[in-house]
Design a protein around this ligand. Structure first.
Ligand SMILES: Cc1ncc(COP(=O)(O)O)c(C=O)c1O
Length: 336
């Protein structure tokens, strides 16, 4: 039973939901890394441990998104993502649990060793992968999927999942995560964080956490670390997503006041993107090494490495000594 349904029992009959992951995910103090930085209260929320099949930050939204399409009668889902996408990987890992077939339309991004591993893993999970030589091929590929092609004429019409799992329904997964965090704070497992640092891609994780923290009465500010670019990591897109998530909760019967919901000013750090999505930087490489050496935290360069680099370099700017900073580790499990 998830915290969301305990807090808002009305949702139980109105939201399709299937348990896919293992929760709560642990929190732990990063004592060695913290000592190096001179911060006593540096913590991590280990969202890499959300599930055995894959883990990472996309398991929670999929607990809502996959049953919703299954209930509407679909038997096949379509996901559009860059080559190394953890989202596509999570869909490929978890959709078969609901009997859903997966087609992944994948477009180019820098082909790092991590991305290559994810691509291999996708095939291991049995997803049908369509490689797009450039993103310009996407409309034609979509047409083929929806209208049929000699290769898949017999295939049923697919449901198109939202990019990155980010939609108000997907965000409920991260509202749940914040409620879970609040319970861990209340149980004394960690101090109430002053700041939560998270990678910002399509924004569902950040927006869900923002809404969930406000509902749970946590004062933490969420710092989203841009890993895509300013054109996409826009504060108004995140606040709009927060508003739509609150609206969804309200319309499903949760006792949430839409009017005046206290969404705070959206806080985004753009300074650690480097030359673009999927490109590493010297700060990121240093952060990856430091995290592995000090804490056995195995991050990747596209998302979590940039989030940690921002935390390490910008930390003194945003935290007062002794207050807790929580690194939200969204990395999926390392398949080696
Ligand atoms: C490992 C990892 N961290 C963070 C993110 C960003 O999450 P969101 O798309 O919800 O902003 C992603 C997105 O794919 C991811 O794969």
């Amino acid at each position: 039973m998830r915290y969301l349904f305990r807090l808002y029992p009305a949702l139980r009959d109105r939201v399709s939901w299937t348990p896919l992951g293992h929760f709560p995910t642990p929190v732990r103090r990063l004592a060695v890394l913290g000592q190096r930085l001179g911060w006593e209260q540096l913590w991590v929320k280990e969202e890499d441990q959300t599930g055995e099949r894959c883990g990472g930050n996309k398991v929670r939204p999929l607990e809502f998104l996959l049953p919703a399409v299954h209930q509407r009668g679909y038997r096949r889902v379509l996901v559009i993502a860059p080559w190394g996408s953890h989202y596509a990987l999570a869909v490929a890992a978890y959709a078969p649990i609901l009997g859903l077939e997966v087609t992944a339309l994948l477009g180019p991004c820098p082909l790092t060793p991590h991305v290559q591993r994810n691509l291999l893993q996708l095939q291991v999970f049995g997803a049908r992968v369509v490689h797009l030589p450039t993103w310009a091929f996407l409309p034609a590929a979509l047409l083929r999927e929806f209208l049929g092609s000699p290769a898949n004429l017999s295939a049923s019409l697919p449901a198109l999942l939202p990019p990155g799992g980010t939609s108000p329904l997907g965000c409920l997964g991260y509202v749940e995560a914040a409620l879970e965090l609040a319970a861990q704070v209340a149980a004394g497992e960690l101090p109430e964080p002053e700041v939560i640092v998270v990678a910002l891609g399509t924004g569902g994780t950040m927006a869900g956490l923002e809404v969930g923290c406000r509902l749970a009465g946590l004062k933490a500010r969420i710092l989203g670390v841009d890993v895509v670019g300013r054109w996409f990591a826009r504060p108004e897109r995140i606040s709009n997503l927060c508003r739509r998530t609150v609206h969804l909760l309200h319309s499903l019967g949760a006792e949430v006041a839409e009017e005046g919901f206290p969404v705070r000013e959206v806080w985004i750090e753009h300074g650690f993107l480097g030359t673009g999505y999927g490109h590493s930087t010297p700060e990121v490489e240093a952060a990856l090494k430091l995290a592995a050496e000090t804490e056995g935290l195995y991050l990747e360069p596209t998302y979590t490495g940039k989030a940690l680099a921002a935390l390490l370099h910008g930390g003194v700017r945003f935290t007062r000594q002794r207050r807790a900073v929580l690194f939200w580790n969204t990395a999926h499990r390392n398949f080696g």
